[in-house]
Structures are given as C-alpha cells and as structure tokens.
Design a protein around this ligand. Structure first.
Ligand SMILES: [Zn+2]
Ligand SMILES: [Zn+2]
Length: 269
C-alpha cells in the first residue's frame, strides 16, 4: 500500500517494494509484517485534537496511520521478545510532528505513540532516539521536551545541549564525508547512549543527506549501510541489540532500493 502514490516530500520511492527485497526476505532470520493502522487513541495521547483532525482530513491519512501502526507494533514485538530489531517503512509520519503541530512531510509522530505505548503496556521507560535525517527533528524534540527518560541525539545543522544532556544537536555541516559523519555518530551518540542505558534505540533514518537528494550533505549510498552497522553495534552494547529503524526523508528511489534491503540484511546478521 506504500507504492504508487506521490507521498508528501518523499514521492513514490517505495514503488518497487517489497519486490526489491525478494532476496533478503528468503533469509530465515527475516520476517515481513504488514503494518496495520495504529489505534487512534494512542494519537490523542501525544497530539492535540487539531493535529489528529488535520491528519484525518488529508488523503495520506491511511498511509500515515499504518506507518505509525508499524512503528508501534515493531517496538511491541521487541518488548515481547519476539524480535530484536526491525526496520519500518514509513510515509507521511515522523520527526516534524510535535504535540501541537506537524509539518514537513511528517504529519503525525512515530516516536511519541511508540514510546507511550511501550511504557503503558510493558513498563519500559528509557529510550534513545537517534535522528540522522538531514533536517532537525523539531517535532520529536518538542514531544520529549523535559522528559529525561528520552535521550534525543539529532544530527542536523545546530549545536545544542538541553535538558541536562538528554537532548543534543550535532552540526554535521552541509559538505561532509561518510567518514566524518560516522565519526561524529561514534563520538556524539555512542558515549551518551552508553551512559544513558536505554531499553531500545529508535533511529529516524533519513537518506535525504545523500548526494543529489533534497537534503544533500555529500554522503554516498554506501554510507547508510555503515551507519546501520554502527548504530546496531551500539545497540548491542547498550540495549541488548533492541533497535528500530524508521525510514525518514529522502526522495531518491535508487538510494532507497539500494539501502533498505541491505540494511535489513545487516539487521538480520
Ligand atoms: Zn529531512
Ligand atoms: Zn537537530
């Protein structure tokens, strides 16, 4: 249901999914789940009624609801011990959705409903969010402002440390290299995650930072594989491997088709 539509900002980059994952789906360590719409009551726990009403009046409502539903389900399956990590294909939802606003192609929060649901159902409280989309994750930041049980480390164009070190922005620069960026993740995210000891890591995984995309920071397609390996290795150190990757920004279909089947292979290793 993600294909064949011109989704806000990211277009039809999932046009050839799940077919392009045919090889990796044969791996006995990989399972494909079809996302179901999230329980709307969860949305009202994190958003004002206006945000939910605006979403419901938009044509991409169903896609956004299923995206959030997939995110919530992925973390639930991890909490139940059925799986250790997951990649969620996402449209129209994500890091620009705060409690009272939503913009920039993401019209409902992913992390908010995931975390509220996991806390209520499973009593697990501490989560780390790493945001490597090109743009600042203002919505997630607003969603967890003052919540010291959420570590939010966002790689964007700002430098900031807030909320007693639990909310961090790292300026990666507009012309960086794969190596420089990975080194920044190693230096700015890893020690914080080690000290924080989250139950799980949630990764807003945009590829709009790729050369030629709309958030171009000069990265190559293979960067995203190295990034997934690195954050997975950090999850193995801090959260027993519990790690959810959520697709974020990025318009280039060739990059999506190259990166995501390989990231799934990395997660399954
Ligand atoms: Zn972005
Ligand atoms: Zn930021």
């Amino acid at each position: 249901m993600l294909k064949g539509k011109d989704w806000p900002v990211i277009g039809d980059k999932f046009r050839n999914f799940p077919e392009v994952m045919a090889e990796v789906l044969k791996d006995p360590n990989v399972a494909l789940y079809t996302s179901k719409p999230v329980d709307e009551r969860l949305l009202y726990k994190v958003h004002t009624p206006e945000v939910v009403a605006n979403l419901k009046s938009a044509w991409y409502y169903e896609g956004a609801l299923c995206s959030v539903g997939g995110c919530v389900e992925a973390l639930e399956r991890i909490c139940r011990g059925e799986i250790v990590n997951a990649l969620v294909f996402n449209v129209a939802a994500g890091h620009h959705a705060g409690p009272s606003y939503a913009w920039g192609g993401t019209y409902v929060s992913c992390a908010g409903p995931m975390i509220v649901n996991a806390r209520e159902k499973f009593g697990v409280h501490r989560f780390a969010i790493i945001d490597t989309d090109s743009h600042h994750g203002d919505g997630d930041r607003a969603m967890f402002k003052g919540d010291r049980d959420v570590l939010h480390v966002c790689f964007c164009s700002m430098n900031a440390i807030e909320d007693e070190g639990t909310k961090v922005d790292v300026d990666v620069g507009w012309r960086t290299t794969d190596e420089e960026y990975l080194e920044k993740v190693e230096r700015e995210f890893k020690p914080r995650a080690l000290a924080f000891k989250p139950y799980a890591i949630i990764h807003f995984f945009g590829h709009d930072t790729c050369e030629g995309d709309y958030g171009d920071r000069g990265l190559t397609p293979s960067f995203y594989l190295e990034l997934a390996k690195l954050v997975k290795s950090i999850a193995e150190l801090v959260s027993q491997g519990r790690y959810v990757v959520i697709t974020g920004g990025g318009y280039r279909r060739d990059v999506a088709e190259y990166v995501f089947p390989r990231v799934i292979r990395i997660l399954a290793e």
